[in-house]
Design a protein. Structure first.
Lengths: 249, 60
């Protein structure tokens, strides 16, 4: 069976085309990330009302929830890109997958650390071996595993393949994180945003959260594109167009 | 200003100042780490590539 992919997909799969196109996108995403993150933090920290139960510690939500959502999206992107690279042998897909790993690990740390800090005043403990917290810790270890595995190979192609397979296996953890609060009795509160329902918070609380989530995604796009660009240059070092860029810099 | 009456209240965040500011500090630190590490990786690549190009020029 052969699935025909749309043309933009093949264009995106060309390292040179990606390098040029991402260069045009970068400034816009950087500006959007900056504006969204600034607006979201100021709104969340200084203007949103405090929670009637949790008081001001609830403001941690504006970094904790976006970090947690992004840690999972980033993982899914890494696994899907790895799968595309395995199935269609697209080099660019492996570049994207590799670029996801280190950002993902850092954002998973952010989710775990801010969660621990929020847990202390709310539950009275920095850490509990709760289903969701444990699944999130596993996600962090998966990122570390993918990074370690990739660096263990001399040959880039073998490294790409092995990390793609590991990230695909680890994908099973994503639904576990998502449903952990429903499957097990847990200290962790339920989802803040659901596609099918209105948020349980008033708009002056969730609008800044939405802004922060968008800002985190834009920041992710910026870092991902930059890492992928460097990776492209490294892998295509011998190509004429890369030599030109090196001369210009 | 906004939810808080004074700037001191804003810093204090009720009794949760330490927790809130520590969280935002960590978030800021991780953002900064990503920006800096990408910039360093880029510079490292170009420095290495240019050194290599010079070496090849001398050889030929």
């Amino acid at each position: 069976m052969k699935i025909k992919l749309p043309q933009w997909f093949y264009q995106l799969a060309s390292p040179r085309w990606f390098y040029e196109f991402s260069g045009k996108l970068l400034p816009w995403f950087s500006i959007a990330a900056f504006i969204l993150l600034m607006t979201g933090s100021v709104w969340g920290l200084a203007f949103a009302p405090e929670d009637y139960q949790q008081g001001n510690s609830f403001r941690i939500i504006y970094v904790h929830v976006p970090a947690s959502i992004l840690a999972q999206s980033c993982y899914m992107l890494m696994a899907i890109a790895g799968a595309i690279g395995l199935i269609w042998k697209i080099k660019m897909a492996h570049v994207v997958a590799k670029s996801c790993a280190s950002f993902g690990a850092s954002i998973a740390i952010m989710s775990l650390a801010t969660g621990a800090i929020w847990g202390k005043p709310t539950w009275g403990a920095w850490w509990v071996w709760d289903a969701r917290l444990t699944a999130m810790l596993v996600l962090f270890f998966l990122y570390v595993g993918v990074i370690a595995l990739h660096s263990a190979f001399e040959n880039t192609q073998s490294a790409d393949k092995a990390s793609a397979i590991l990230s695909l296996v680890g994908l099973v953890n994503i639904p576990i994180i998502k449903y952990s609060v429903e499957w097990w009795n847990t200290l962790h509160q339920g989802a803040t945003f659901k596609v099918t329902e209105k948020p349980a918070m008033p708009p002056e609380m969730w609008i800044p959260l939405l802004i922060m989530v968008l800002g985190f995604y834009c920041f992710f796009a910026v870092i991902l594109m930059q890492r992928a660009r460097i990776e492209v240059l490294q892998r295509e070092k011998k190509a004429g167009w890369v030599q030109e860029i090196i001369k210009q810099n | 200003m906004g939810h808080f009456a004074t700037f001191a209240d804003f810093l204090q965040m009720g009794k949760h100042g330490l927790y809130v500011w520590l969280s935002y500090g960590i978030a800021f630190g991780i953002f900064a780490y990503n920006i800096v590490s990408v910039a360093l990786a880029k510079r490292q690549f170009f420095n290495k590539a240019k050194r290599q190009a010079r070496r090849e020029e001398i050889k030929s």
